[in-house]
Design a protein around this ligand. Structure first.
Ligand SMILES: Cc1cc2nc3c(=O)[nH]c(=O)nc-3n(C[C@H](O)[C@H](O)[C@H](O)COP(=O)(O)OP(=O)(O)OC[C@H]3O[C@@H](n4cnc5c(N)ncnc54)[C@H](O)[C@@H]3O)c2cc1C
Length: 288
C-alpha cells in the first residue's frame, strides 16, 4: 500500500486529484480499525497529519472556522467555552488516547450515525468546507451526510474545516451507552438554546440513518417559550411542555433494533434525554 505524505495543503489537494482513490488519514482511529480488521485495503493512503492548516481554528465571518484536523482533546481544552455542546460530546468520545488523536474531520469523514461529534454540529447548523484543486465549497452538514456512513465528498475533495456559530446560550449533550466510557452511543441528543434568536434546537444521534434534527419539537418549544414569555421571565418550563417536547423528539427518531439496543428502548431513552437536556439547559439560562 502506498503512503502519500506532504506537509502542505496545496500538495495534499494535488495528490488527491492525482490519486482519487487514496484514502485520507487524520487521527486514524477509524481508518486503522478498518485496516487492522482487513475490512479495507486501499491502494494508497494520504497522510494529512503534517498539514498545519488543518489544525488551526479561529473566527471567520461571524462564525468559528475549525480545521478538520483539530483533535477532540484540543476542542475540549481550547473551545469548551465557545462550543460547550461539542465539547461535552467530545468528552464522551473513546478514551484520552482516542481524544488525543481523533478529529471531528474524521468523524465527518466516517459519517456514522453514531458519530458523537455530529449531533452538536447539526444542532448548530454547521457548514462543512470541502476543498479540491478546483476550489472550495461550503455545504450545510445536514446535506453533507447523505446516509449511514455516506457523504457527498467527491473523489478529488478533502474536508478542510467546519464552520459553526459560537454558543450564545447553554448547550447540552447526553449519550446513552452500555457503560460510562469507550462506548458507541445507543442513542444521544444534542440540545442548544439560542436566546438571541429565541430558539432551541435539538439533534438525535444513533437512532436513524443519519443524525436527525427534531424540527417539530423545536417549533413546539419555541412556541411555548414565546407564548409564556419565558425568555424574559426566566420561569421554569412547565412539566407538560417538557413531556410534549420529549414525545416530539421521540417521534422524530428512526431507530432500528441492533446489538446495542432495541428501537423501542431508543425511542423511550430519547424522550428521557430530551426532557433532561432541556431542563438542564433551561436551568442554566435561568441562572445566567
Ligand atoms: C477505541 C475507540 C473508541 C471510539 N469511541 C468513539 C466514540 O465514543 N464516539 C465516536 O464518535 N467515535 C468513536 N470512535 C471512532 C473515531 O475515534 C471517531 O470517529 C474519530 O472522530 C475519527 O477521527 P480520526 O481523525 O481518527 O479519523 P480517521 O480514522 O483518520 O479517518 C476517518 C475517516 O474520515 C476520513 N477523513 C479523515 N480526515 C479527512 C479529511 N480531512 N478529508 C476527507 N476525509 C477525511 C478518512 O479517510 C476516513 O474515512 C472510537 C474509535 C476507537 C478506535
Amino acid at each position: 500500500m502506498e503512503v502519500l505524505q506532504t506537509d502542505t495543503w496545496l500538495e495534499a489537494l494535488e495528490l488527491k486529484a492525482a490519486y482519487p482513490d487514496a484514502v485520507p488519514i487524520a487521527g486514524g482511529t477509524d481508518l486503522m480499525v478498518e485496516l487492522n480488521f482487513d475490512r479495507a485495503r486501499p491502494r494508497a493512503i494520504l497522510d494529512l497529519t503534517r498539514i498545519p492548516e488543518l489544525t488551526e481554528w479561529g473566527p471567520d465571518d461571524g462564525r468559528l472556522r475549525i480545521g478538520a484536523g483539530v483533535t477532540y482533546a484540543r476542542l475540549i481544552a481550547e473551545l469548551g467555552d465557545r462550543l460547550p455542546g461539542l465539547a461535552m460530546a467530545s468528552r464522551t468520545v473513546g478514551s484520552p488516547q482516542i481524544r488525543n488523536r481523533g478529529t471531528v474531520g474524521g468523524n465527518l469523514g466516517t459519517s456514522s450515525p453514531a458519530g458523537d461529534g455530529l449531533p452538536p454540529l447539526f444542532a448548530s447548523d454547521a457548514d462543512v468546507e470541502l476543498a479540491s484543486k478546483a476550489g472550495t465549497r461550503r455545504i450545510p452538514v445536514r446535506e453533507f451526510i447523505t446516509g449511514p456512513k455516506r457523504n457527498c465528498l467527491a473523489d478529488d475533495e478533502l474536508i478542510a474545516a467546519f464552520h459553526i456559530p459560537a454558543a450564545d446560550g447553554p448547550q447540552q449533550f447526553a449519550k446513552i451507552g452500555t457503560r460510562n466510557a469507550m462506548v458507541i452511543a445507543v442513542c444521544s441528543l444534542a440540545l442548544s438554546i439560542w436566546p438571541e434568536r429565541r430558539e432551541a434546537t435539538a439533534c438525535i444521534g444513533s437512532a436513524g440513518p443519519t443524525p436527525i434534527r427534531c424540527s417539530a419539537a423545536e417549533q413546539f418549544i419555541a412556541g411555548v417559550l414565546d407564548e409564556h414569555d419565558l425568555w424574559s421571565t426566566r420561569s421554569p418550563i412547565a412539566d407538560a411542555a417538557l413531556v410534549r417536547f420529549g414525545e416530539l423528539v421521540e417521534r422524530a427518531a428512526r431507530p432500528i433494533d441492533d446489538v446495542r439496543g432495541t428501537a423501542r428502548y431508543r425511542h423511550h431513552a430519547l424522550g428521557v434525554l430530551s426532557r433532561r437536556t432541556l431542563t438542564w439547559a433551561w436551568e442554566a439560562y435561568r441562572c445566567a
